[in-house]
Design a binder for this molecule. Structure first.
Ligand code: NAP
Length: 271
């Protein structure tokens, strides 16, 4: 089995990754940089996000495993002191559980280009305007839904719902749901301008189109997870659930709501 170990630059992650590589080699695994079957990330959810983009071109052949060196994450199941168990689970009888989650397809039309440029997001994509109000028509399934005015809009996957989406008041979605969510970033609502002012979750066979107002197009910023694609004039963006999915190997059943509780609520008392 060909395995890549992908880590962030924090000292604990560097040491844990070196340890893991030694254990994997001792157990007879091939530790490689190219064409891995399994990518093990060591760090946090952000590290897994980076690894996802590094290997996004081969999602049909690669599975991910997240080892966390900080707090329990949403994409990271294993702790840094459980490396022996992790290696043993990889040597198992092949009956390991593989779980996969939906991704967001971001189809962008740039001015002067007839083709559509596609990006894949694991967490979310945002469209924002920094210097002035963003004005964007929002269509759902080709019907005008609203004309948005405000700082921006965030379209997230179920697994991304606990990230930026949650900070702006979006709902937390169970990752087994096949859906994408649209959440507003500081919308303007007054006598003149009106938006729904609530997060929207659309069905698997629906899509969302944004048409940024041509007047502000040159200072709109589009993000895809932690990346900002090279700036060009955007005329339209279509968001829908991607055909590809992300797969996790050696998945351990931490109940999703336990993760949410652990990450955001922590210690509490009954009643
Ligand atoms: P980052 O430092 O990699 O991530 C920011 C924080 O978000 C970290 O604590 C990270 O956890 C956590 N995170 C990442 N994915 C998550 C998920 N699916 N569920 C819950 N928490 C998650 O920051 P970055 O490189 O700028 O961007 C990475 C992500 O950060 C973006 O995709 C976006 O979702 C999020 N972000 C959030 C805000 C906000 O909440 N205001 C602003 C910008 C970006 P770890 O510590 O485990 O890595």
């Amino acid at each position: 089995m060909r395995i890549t170990v992908f880590h962030n630059s924090n000292t604990k992650s560097v040491h844990t990754a070196a340890d893991l590589i030694a254990k994997l080699k001792r157990a007879g695994f091939l530790v490689v940089k190219n064409n891995p079957e399994i990518v093990i990330t060591v760090g946090g959810d952000g590290t897994l996000l980076s690894a996802f983009h590094e290997y996004a071109h081969m999602l049909d052949r690669v599975r991910f495993i997240g080892v966390h060196t900080g707090h329990l994450g949403f994409y990271t199941d294993w702790r840094d002191y459980e490396l022996d168990e992790l290696v043993a689970s990889l040597k198992g009888d092949g009956s390991e559980q593989i779980i996969s989650y939906p991704l967001l397809d971001v189809g962008v039309r740039y001015a002067g280009d007839n083709s559509v440029t596609h990006y894949l997001a694991l967490n979310e994509s945002t469209l924002k305007r920094v210097s002035a109000t963003m004005v964007t028509d929002v269509y759902i399934r080709d019907e005008l839904f609203e004309s948005f005015r405000g700082d921006g809009l965030c379209i997230s996957t179920p697994t991304g719902s606990t990230a930026y989406n949650k900070s702006i008041g979006g709902a937390v979605l169970h990752p087994r749901l096949e859906a994408i969510q649209l959440a507003e970033i500081a919308s303007i609502n007054n006598r003149v301008f009106r938006t729904l002012s609530a997060p929207v979750v659309i069905a698997p066979d629906e899509w969302i189109d944004l048409y940024p107002d041509p007047k502000g197009k040159d200072d709109y910023v589009m993000t895809v997870d932690r990346f900002v694609p090279k700036k060009r004039l955007i005329t339209a963006i279509r968001y829908r659930i991607a055909k590809q999915r992300i797969s996790f190997a050696g998945y351990r059943h931490t109940h999703f709501w336990n993760r949410v509780e652990d990450a955001f609520i922590g210690e509490k008392q009954h009643g």
